[in-house]
Design a protein around this ligand. Structure first.
Ligand code: ASP
Ligand code: MG
Length: 413
C-alpha cells in the first residue's frame, strides 16, 4: 500500500463532468489499496478570470488583496471535489492552506513555503478519509492568505508529498507526459517515459509549461518521484526521477523547447569600464525583473554593446529603468526587440558530447536562421532567433538530433 499525492490541474477540473471523472480516478486509486492525498488547482480558466476582475476594478492592486481573491479559485474546486467524492460514497474532506497550516513568508503572489504541518492530514488519512487540499495557497505568520505564484499548486503538491514522505506525487493534467518537442509544433515528437529532475528543471526554465519550476526543484531536493499523467485517459505517462534511474538507453538530447517569453534590450555604445554591467542591471534586480541571457561584445575603441533578455511581460518596465541609466553611463542609446524566440535543446548527454553545440548552430545556419544570442548550461543549449523562425527551428533541431528515434545509438557512432 502506497501513499500517493494526486494533483489535478485546472483543465482536469473544468466542469462538473470533469470533477466526476477526477473523483473516479481518486476512488480507483483508493480501491487499489493506496492512501491518497489530493491537491487541486482552480477550475480551468478561473484564476485568469479573477485576475481580469481585479484589473477591472483597479489598475494597481495590493498584492495582499490579490492573494485573498486568487486563493478562492482553489477553495471552490477543493470543496466541490470533496462533495463529488462524498456523493460517490468515498469519504473526503477539503482543506485550505491555512487549515493545515501551510505556512509561508509574507511575499504576496509569490510566497515561499516555510513550514508545512501534516498532523491534520495524517489524522484524516487514519480515519480513512481522503484529504482534498486547495493548492497554490498558504498563510503567512500574521494570518494573511498568500499564494505561491502562478502554477503554484504543483509546488503545493510536491511539498505535501515531501512532508508526508509519500511514495510518489502524480501530476494529472491534460498532457500525458513530456515529449521530445511540443507535438503541436513537431508531429514527429516522441513521448518520453523517464527523464531526470535536472532535464525537467532546464525544460521548465526555458519555457516548457508542464510543471512550475519550483515544484521540480523541491522534488529533486526531497527525492520525490514525480509522475506526469493525463486525467483524460490513456496509459502513457512520464516519470521524473534521479539521473541514475533514467533508462539505460536514454538519449543525448531529451527535448527541444520553444519559448516566446523573451524580449531583448541592447544598450548601444557603452564605455567599456568597470561597473557598467552593475549600473545597467542593478535597477532591474531591484525591480525584481529576471535577466536571462547577457552578452557584452569585445570593446572597440573603448566602447561595447551590452545586450540582455528579460521576460516579455517586463519589457516596458525594464525599458523605462534602463533609459534612465543611459545618460549616467554615457551610452549612445537603447534598442529593444520583442520579435524574438528562444529555442533550446536539453539533455544530459550534452555534457559528454562536445560536438552538440556545433551541430545545433550548423543546423540553424543551414536553414538561413541567424542566431542572435547563445547561452548554455552543462545540459542545455539555447539560441535566441527571430520569432518567425521558431517553429522551423524546433523541427530542424528535432531532426538534426534524431529525436524521432532514440538518439543514443546515433551519439555513439
Ligand atoms: N490556479 C493557479 C494558477 O492558475 C495555480 C495553479 O494552477 O497551479 O496559476
Ligand atoms: Mg495550473
Amino acid at each position: 500500500m502506497a501513499l500517493i499525492v494526486q494533483k489535478f490541474g485546472g483543465s482536469s477540473l473544468a466542469s462538473v463532468e470533469h470533477l466526476r471523472r477526477v473523483a473516479k480516478i481518486i476512488a480507483g486509486t483508493k480501491n487499489n489499496g493506496h492512501r491518497v492525498v489530493v491537491v487541486v488547482s482552480a477550475m480551468g480558466g478561473e484564476t485568469d478570470r479573477l485576475v481580469n476582475l481585479a484589473d477591472e476594478v483597479s489598475a494597481v492592486q495590493q498584492s495582499r488583496e490579490l492573494d485573498a481573491l486568487l486563493s478562492t479559485g482553489e477553495q471552490v474546486s477543493a470543496a466541490l471535489l470533496a462533495m463529488t467524492l462524498q456523493s460517490m460514497e468515498v469519504p473526503a474532506r477539503s482543506y485550505l492552506g491555512l487549515q493545515l497550516p501551510l505556512l509561508t513568508d509574507a511575499q504576496h503572489t509569490r510566497a515561499r513555503i516555510i513550514e508545512l504541518s501534516t498532523g491534520e492530514l495524517e489524522k484524516t488519512l487514519e480515519q480513512n478519509i481522503i484529504p482534498v487540499v486547495a493548492g497554490f495557497q498558504g498563510v503567512s505568520s500574521n494570518g494573511d492568505i498568500t499564494t505561491l505564484g502562478r502554477g503554484g499548486s504543483d509546488t503545493s503538491a510536491v511539498a505535501l508529498a515531501a512532508a508526508l514522505k509519500a511514495d510518489r506525487c502524480e501530476i494529472h493534467s491534460d498532457v500525458d507526459g513530456v515529449y521530445t518537442a511540443d507535438p503541436a509544433l513537431c508531429p514527429q515528437a516522441r513521448h518520453l517515459r523517464r527523464i531526470s529532475y535536472g532535464e525537467m528543471l532546464e525544460m521548465a526554465d526555458v519555457g516548457a509549461k508542464i510543471l512550475q519550476i519550483r515544484s521540480v526543484e523541491l522534488a529533486r531536493k526531497f527525492r520525490v518521484p514525480l509522475l506526469i499523467k493525463s486525467s483524460f485517459g490513456g496509459e502513457r505517462c512520464t516519470w521524473i526521477v534521479e539521473e541514475e534511474e533514467r533508462d539505460m538507453e536514454s538519449a543525448v538530447i531529451s527535448g527541444i523547447i520553444l519559448s516566446h517569453n523573451e524580449a531583448k534590450l541592447s544598450v548601444i555604445r557603452v564605455p567599456d569600464r568597470p561597473g557598467i554591467a552593475y549600473q545597467i542591471l542593478s535597477p532591474l534586480a531591484e525591480a525584481d525583473i529576471n535577466v536571462d541571457m547577457i552578452i557584452q561584445n569585445a570593446s572597440i575603441d573603448g566602447f561595447t554593446d551590452f545586450t540582455f533578455t528579460v521576460p516579455k511581460a517586463d519589457l516596458s518596465k525594464a525599458k523605462t529603468l534602463v533609459e534612465r541609466v543611459i545618460p549616467e553611463i554615457d551610452a549612445r542609446e537603447l534598442s529593444t526587440d520583442d520579435d524574438i524566440v528562444k529555442v533550446s535543446a536539453v539533455g544530459l548527454g550534452i555534457k559528454n558530447c562536445p560536438g552538440m553545440a556545433a551541430r545545433m548552430f550548423q543546423a540553424l545556419a543551414d536553414e538561413g536562421i541567424n542566431i542572435q544570442m547563445i547561452s548554455t548550461s552543462d545540459i542545455r543549449l539555447s539560441c535566441v532567433i527571430e520569432a518567425k523562425y521558431g517553429e522551423l527551428a524546433v523541427r530542424v533541431l528535432h531532426d538534426t538530433f534524431d529525436l524521432e528515434i532514440n538518439n543514443n545509438l546515433n551519439a555513439m557512432k
